[in-house]
Design a protein around this ligand. Structure first.
Ligand code: 5CA
Length: 448
């Protein structure tokens, strides 16, 4: 992509309305613009990040055996009356009437709708287990939307729903999502910790929130320090095999959100030097709630003995749009965002220091083409801004590598490669620089 043709309206000043660094940087780097309180447009740079996050979530859901579909944002109120949640959900739910005065709502979550789909289509135990997910916008009329995309009113969520014949089967489904989540967040460069959690309006008695530690997080959390450095399962993990030992390793050490925190147990189970009390951001939340929806909504399948059985359900959410902010909270410096390769909007910032100078233009174009042929995503700054402003913009938007091409260097046969994270710079021939970037990026794309 050529910067001269792109749409990147960066802001030099920090907008006053933004309280936390991720919100400030998302506005400054032209990732998002507010449309109304808690509702945002995703500008081209932000949208690329959002799609990358979504794709990692999708790949790990698919790997764990979940199946993607797409449900609408608008739902009929009728199914929510069947589950009994229409009144319970209160003012957080955006209620709408169509021209026939039929009650609709903008979905805050999809337990009812997926249960209805299941009820109409699945009749036999032979079709179980199933785990269906979608990645779709949600609306919750939060009292205090804040921190940009972190607590929005309209936000993008991945929500999966599992159906099993037995409680034991449902626990296996829960475990598969548990492991998929560990991998999902690790692939985005995040250290997530599963914590025993409250179930709120979703319900059920078994639940974990996946939390990443950050000072600006909205949740107060307590955990054993060792969990922060625990290894996540590798890509070749067998989701049909026994995940029990992995779950055990991650749940046998103390980790709880404020609502579930038990100070006595924390002190008894965790040695003083290993006690972490910190703020955290909830990036995922998984629930097992048995027949809470299938029972009142009359979803049943015929069991092996011919009797009708009400399936056991769980639901599994990931805050896809929240993750864009969470990753920035975890990875930024004074100059701006520092994207991990896996979600970066482009992988390389190619900076032409003297656009209009024939030799520099030719060298930059040749490098641009070589990188693109190798499948690398490049943003080429071909504008006639001064060098200082170009560096500031590229540092702000945080692409993992910069490749700087200028007339002076070229005379010595050299260009410069800078790693955004470490600031480390090396001068190399254009060819060596291209090869080095290809190798570095390919190795980082699949780190987990
Ligand atoms: N139906 C269940 C699981 S599919 C559910 O709705 N769970 S939830 O309420 O915990 O939401 C799932 C995830 O969505 C949360 O972990 C969080 O990362 C994200 N999320 C929830 N509310 C918001 C919000 N207002 N803004 C941005 N992300 C949110």
């Amino acid at each position: 992509m050529l910067l001269s043709r792109y749409f990147l309206p960066v802001l030099r000043e920090t907008p006053k309305e933004a309280e936390i660094v991720s919100h400030q940087l998302m506005l400054r780097s032209a990732m998002i613009r507010q449309s109304a309180a808690g509702i945002y447009s995703w500008l081209p740079l932000g949208y690329r990040v959002l799609r990358n996050i979504e794709q990692i979530v999708r790949e790990e859901q698919d790997r764990a055996g979940a199946i993607e579909l797409l449900m609408p944002t608008l739902q009929s109120a009728d199914i929510w009356r069947q589950s009994g949640r229409y009144e319970d959900y209160g003012k957080e739910m955006l209620r709408i009437q169509d021209r026939h005065e039929r009650d609709l709502l903008y979905g805050p979550t999809n337990e009812e709708l997926i249960t209805e789909i299941f009820r109409e289509s699945v009749k036999s135990y032979k079709d179980l287990p199933k785990n269906l997910y979608h990645i779709q916008w949600k609306f919750r009329d939060e009292i205090r939307p804040r921190f940009g995309v972190m607590r929005g009113r309209e936000f993008l969520m991945k929500d999966a729903y599992s159906f099993d014949l037995t409680v034991d089967g449902a626990r296996l489904a829960y475990n598969r999502m548990f492991v998929a989540y560990l991998r999902t967040f690790a692939r985005m460069g995040l250290k997530s910790i599963p914590m025993a959690a409250d179930t709120g309006p979703i319900g059920g008695d078994l639940s974990h929130e996946f939390i990443i530690l950050a000072d600006t997080g909205e949740s107060q959390v307590y955990c054993h320090k060792d969990l922060i450095e625990s290894q996540v399962p590798a890509a070749d993990i067998d989701f049909d095999g026994d995940l029990g030992p992995i779950i055990k390793a991650w749940t046998s050490k103390y980790a709880a959100t404020d609502e579930k925190h038990d100070p006595k147990r924390f002190e008894a189970e965790v040695p003083a030097e290993k006690r972490v009390s910190a703020r955290g951001i909830e990036v995922g939340h998984i629930f097992f709630f048995g027949t809470k929806y299938s029972e009142p909504m009359g979803a049943k399948v015929q069991g092996p003995d011919g009797n009708m059985v009400t399936p056991q359900m769980g639901s599994y959410g990931v805050g896809v749009s929240r993750l864009a902010g969470a990753i920035i909270e975890a990875s930024h410096d004074e100059a701006g965002i520092v994207w991990p390769v896996s979600v970066a909007p482009f992988e390389v910032a190619l900076i032409n220091l003297k656009a209009g100078d024939k030799a520099t233009d030719e060298a930059a174009t040749a490098i641009y083409q070589k990188l693109r042929q190798a499948g690398i995503e490049v943003l080429l700054d071909d504008t006639d801004e001064r060098a200082g402003a170009k560096f500031a913009t590229m540092d702000l938007i945080g692409l993992p590598f910069q490749l700087i091409v200028g007339p002076r260097g070229l005379k010595q046969g050299e260009v410069e490669v800078k790693a955004r994270k470490t600031g480390e710079r090396v001068s190399l021939s254009p060819e060596a620089a291209v090869n080095r970037l290809i190798a570095s990026i390919e190795s980082r794309r699949s780190l987990v």
